[in-house]
Design a protein around this ligand. Sequence first.
Ligand SMILES: N[C@@H](CCC(=O)N[C@@H](CS)C(=O)NCC(=O)O)C(=O)O
Length: 212
Amino acid sequence: MKLLMFEHCSLCFRVRMIAALKGIPLEEQVVLDDDSEAMISLVGKRVIPILVRDDGTPMLESMDMVDHIERMGDPVLTGPEQPEISDLCARILKITPYLTMPRYPLLDLPEMATIAAHDHYLVRKLKVYEDFVALRARTREFISELMPVLEDLDGRIESPDAVNGTLSKDDIRLLPLLRSAAVVKGLTFPPRVTDYFETLMARTGFKPLPVI
Ligand SMILES: N[C@@H](CCC(=O)N[C@@H](CS)C(=O)NCC(=O)O)C(=O)O
């Protein structure tokens, strides 16, 4: 199996996470941001992640990819899901892009390894986010908005090994969002969130992204 991905992409990390948790080999192919052809030639449109199965069939939905990998060998996502965790993920996602998107181009990520790819990302994202410098200057304000959500999450974490006590798709939703948020210098996760993040990241074997 091959995953076309961006290093910063949290949906891609869902797929990388389940493969790592299950010890299933996954070939990771980082796509340059300006290489739309790599995606279009496979699935007819620009989208990431794309999982190319061993029979050559591409998959386009990250949670379908997670289900596909979860069906291989012994299951690991055996715990219950809680709607409150999905809701918390949605609340986190309303704020974190304003902190993370303006930082990714500063992190020396492989999807922006050329100036063309780097500037392609900027042109694409600035259509939505308008001014990355201005957003980075509002870091304290966005962190203040995010902290109460992370405090609510802190109160809901049942174990450092799994948000609901036993691994479930809620962990697949949550850990990638925390991995993205953790790029923000000055953002300190509450204690149980920190413990959860560090424990589960260590279990996946992936290092956190750089902090800036
Ligand atoms: N529902 C899809 C959503 C995929 C998606 O929205 N991907 C975004 C990146 S995270 C994308 O392809 N954006 C277009 C681009 O990067 O040009 C999934 O969960 O895999």
